[in-house]
Design a protein around this ligand. Structure first.
Ligand code: NAP
Ligand code: ZN
Ligand code: ZN
Length: 361
C-alpha cells in the first residue's frame, strides 16, 4: 500500500529532490507527519550542502532511495511542540544534523553514541519507525523527535551555524576521541572543504599547530591568513612532503575521492594517527609497512552523538568558531553541487531556505 509522498502524511511539505543518478535536483511536493507528543516541528531557515548530499544524490554509495531530498545541516525556528516535549518551545532556534532516530537501547545509544547505533535513522533517505522514507532539509519544514534536536546558541548566526551540524561535529568528535585535542600537537588537515576548514578552526582553538595539505594552491593564502593554519602545502609537492616527513601527531583526512594514503602516513611521527572522515566511493589502498614502522594508527569516525553535537556547538559559540559560508538561493543548488564536485567553494554552501524556497504550483 505505497502512497504518494504527497499523501503519506497530513501536512503538506515542499522541497527539492534528486530523482536519479544524474543527481540533478528539482522541485518536489511531499508531506510531513503531524507532530507527535515527543516531536518538534520547525520551519527550516537554512541548510548547508555537505559532500555527502552529492554522493547520495548521485547514488555513489549504492543505497539511495529516490526521490531523495538531501540536507542534514538544518537550522530553523520551532513552530510546534508535542505535549511531552520538555526541552524546546515555539520560537526556539534549533538544528538537526544527520540523524533523526535510533534504537535508544543498544550499547552505543546508552553511551550517547547514537551515531554508531545499527538502527540509526538518517535524516534523509532512511526508513522512519513508521516505514515511511525520511526527507532532509532542502525543504520548508521538519518534524523531528526532540532527542535529535540541537539548541543553537544565541551568539551564533543561524546561517553560519548550519554547517556545524554535520561538518562541525564530524571533525570535532575525532579530535576529541583520538586525543588530538591537546595543546601544542601538530595536526595535519587533508582537503580544505567544508569539513577541512572546520577541522582547522577547531584544532586551532584546541591549541594545535596546523598544516593544511590540499590539492588547490589557490586556497593557500586564505588558509594561512583567514583560517589560522600555520603552514600549507600542495599534496603532490614531493619536496614539501619530504620536508614535512615525520612531523605530525595526527591527521584528519576529509578527502571525498580516492587518494593515496602512503604520503600521508609518511608525514606522521611515531605513534601518529591518521583519521579518515572523508568517504570516497572507491576503496583506498592501505600499504602495511609505513604503519608497522612507527606503530602508526589508522582510524575512522562518523559524525558524533547528540550530546557531543550539543557540546561541539556550545564550544563553537564560546570560541567564536564560525564556518565560512556562501549563501545561495535554492535554484542555484545544481550549480552549487557542480562547484562542490570541483572543490570550488570557500568553504560551505548554505541554502537560504527561509527567504527563498517558494512552492511552485
Ligand atoms: P568538500 O567540501 O567537497 O571537501 C572535500 C575536499 O577534499 C575538497 O575541498 C578538496 O580539498 C579535497 N578533494 C576533493 N577531491 C579530491 C581528490 N580527488 N584528491 C584529493 N583531494 C580532493 O566535502 P565535505 O563536505 O567536506 O566532505 C568531505 C568528505 O567527508 C565527503 O566524502 C563526505 O561524504 C564525507 N563526510 C563524512 C562524514 C563522517 O561522518 N565521516 C560526515 C560528513 C561528510 P582541496 O581543494 O583542499 O584539495
Ligand atoms: Zn554531512
Ligand atoms: Zn541503538
Amino acid at each position: 500500500m505505497s502512497r504518494l509522498p504527497e499523501e503519506e502524511h497530513p501536512n503538506k511539505a515542499f522541497g527539492w529532490a534528486a530523482r536519479g543518478t544524474s543527481g540533478v535536483l528539482s522541485p518536489f511536493k511531499f508531506s510531513r507527519r503531524a507532530a507527535g507528543e515527543k516531536d518538534v516541528a520547525f520551519k527550516v531557515l537554512y541548510c548547508g550542502i555537505c559532500h555527502t548530499d552529492l554522493h547520495n544524490a548521485k547514488n555513489e554509495w549504492g543505497k539511495t532511495l529516490y526521490p531523495l531530498v538531501p540536507g542534514h545541516e538544518i537550522v530553523g525556528e520551532v513552530t510546534e511542540v508535542g505535549s511531552k516535549v520538555e526541552k524546546f518551545k515555539v520560537g526556539d532556534k534549533v538544528g538537526v544534523g544527520c540523524m533523526v532516530g535510533s534504537c535508544h537501547s543498544c550499547d552505543s545509544c546508552t553511551n550517547n553514541l547514537e551515531n554508531y547505533c545499527s538502527k540509526l535513522i538518517a535524516t534523509y533517505g532512511g526508513k522512519y519507525y513508521d516505514g515511511t522514507v525520511t526527507y532532509g532539509g532542502f525543504s520548508d519544514s521538519m518534524v523531528v523527535d526532540e532527542h535529535f534536536i540541537i539548541r543553537i546558541p544565541h551568539n551564533l548566526p543561524l546561517d553560519a551555524a548550519a554547517p556545524l551540524l554535520c561538518a562541525g561535529i564530524t571533525v570535532y568528535s575525532p579530535l576529541r576521541f583520538y586525543g588530538l585535542d591537546k595543546p601544542d600537537l601538530h595536526i595535519g588537515v587533508v582537503g580544505l572543504g567544508g569539513l577541512g576548514h572546520l577541522a582547522v578552526k577547531f584544532a586551532k582553538a584546541m591549541g594545535a599547530k596546523i598544516t593544511v595539505i590540499s590539492t588547490s594552491i589557490n586556497k593557500k593564502k586564505a588558509a594561512l591568513e583567514n583560517l589560522g593554519a600555520d603552514s600549507f602545502f600542495v599534496s603532490r609537492d614531493q619536496d614539501q612532503l619530504q620536508a614535512a616527513s615525520g612531523t605530525l601527531d595526527g591527521i584528519i583526512d576529509t578527502v571525498s575521492a580516492q587518494h593515496p594514503l602512503l604520503p600521508l602516513l609518511g608525514l606522521l611521527k611515531t605513534h601518529g594517527k591518521l583519521v579518515l572522515v572523508g568517504a570516497p566511493e572507491k576503496p583506498l589502498e592501505l600499504p602495511a609497512f609505513p604503519l608497522l614502522q612507527g606503530r602508526k594508527i589508522i582510524g575512522g569516525s562518523l559524525i558524533g552523538g547528540i550530546r557531543e553535537t550539543q557540546e561541539m556547538i556550545d564550544y563553537a559559540a564560546k570560541q567564536s568558531i564560525k564556518p565560512e559560508i556562501e549563501i545561495i538561493p535554492i535554484d542555484y543548488v545544481n550549480t552549487a553541487m557542480e562547484r562542490l564536485l570541483k572543490a570550488d567553494v570557500k568553504y560551505r554552501f548554505v541554502i537560504d531556505i527561509g527567504n527563498m524556497l517558494k512552492p511552485t504550483s
